[in-house]
Write a protein that binds this ligand. Structure first.
Ligand SMILES: Nc1nc2c(ncn2[C@@H]2O[C@H](COP(=O)(O)OP(=O)(O)OP(=O)(O)O)[C@@H](O)[C@H]2O)c(=O)[nH]1
Ligand SMILES: [Mg+2]
Length: 214
């Protein structure tokens, strides 16, 4: 147990949230990687987990550190309760599966709704374009049982899009900037690309978010 606390404390320091008292919501469509991210932050393990059916809260306190997270399911029915959790939160982490372009429009709509919510009008939004480790894969077939790489593409497994494309698909063209401070009166919003499974990219996002949490 103490190992977990130590790891978590180090992780909090690393992501810049140590000595802060923060309530953070993890939102995004189903399959975006919210629960995986929480597990990686909590115990550095990317457990395989079932889709989240009920809201789960991890309330972790150590010394002066209080870090409360709510992992809300992302499937369609679960999204209806997101608004019940939007009072008095300090930050939103909104995950998007950057390799699932068929669902960018659905993500954009949900994100736009949240950004226009009155309860969240001053709340910073960290948008994470997750799964950048997924590369485009072409699978080809020749003969009866041979799968080879030729120019006759049979399947094309989609890979993650780049930051520019994701920004435009999510209508996130006017954001705060990764180092800058937001203009007075405007709420901080920024997109960071990451791979939760490969532990890449999200720490920079959390450090950015921590700048806007008292
Ligand atoms: N390739 C890749 N897969 C990932 C990554 N992060 C999460 N996944 C996978 O994405 C799938 C969904 O992850 P979850 O964390 O359960 O997604 P969720 O957002 O909690 O989904 P709901 O609970 O249904 O809302 C799992 O199979 C994860 O292993 C990543 O960085 N790269
Ligand atoms: Mg989940």
């Amino acid at each position: 147990m103490s190992f977990l606390w130590n790891w978590f404390f180090k992780a909090l320091n690393y992501i810049g949230l140590a000595n802060k008292d923060a309530t953070i919501l993890f939102l995004g469509l189903d399959n975006a990687g919210k629960t995986t991210l929480l597990h990686v932050l909590r115990d550095n393990q990317a457990h395989v987990s079932e889709p989240t059916r009920h809201a789960t809260s991890e309330d972790l306190v150590m010394g002066s550190v209080k870090f409360t997270t709510y992992d809300l399911g992302g499937h369609y029915a679960a999204r209806r309760i997101w608004k019940d959790y939007c009072h008095q939160v300090d930050g939103i982490v909104f995950l998007v599966d950057a390799a699932d372009s068929d669902r960018f429009e659905e993500s954009r709509k949900e994100l736009t709704n949240l950004l226009s919510s009155q309860d969240l009008k001053d709340v910073p939004f960290l948008v994470l374009g997750n799964k950048v480790d997924k590369k485009v894969k072409f699978i080809f077939y020749e003969g009866k049982s041979k799968l080879i790489l030729t120019s006759n593409c049979l399947f094309c497994l989609k890979g993650a899009v780049g930051e520019k494309e994701l920004r435009s698909s999510l209508s996130l063209t006017q954001t705060t900037g990764k180092t800058g401070t937001p203009e007075k009166g405007s709420r901080p919003v920024e997109l960071f690309m990451c791979s939760v499974i490969k532990r890449k990219g999200f720490a920079d996002g959390f450090k950015w978010l921590a700048n806007f949490i008292e």
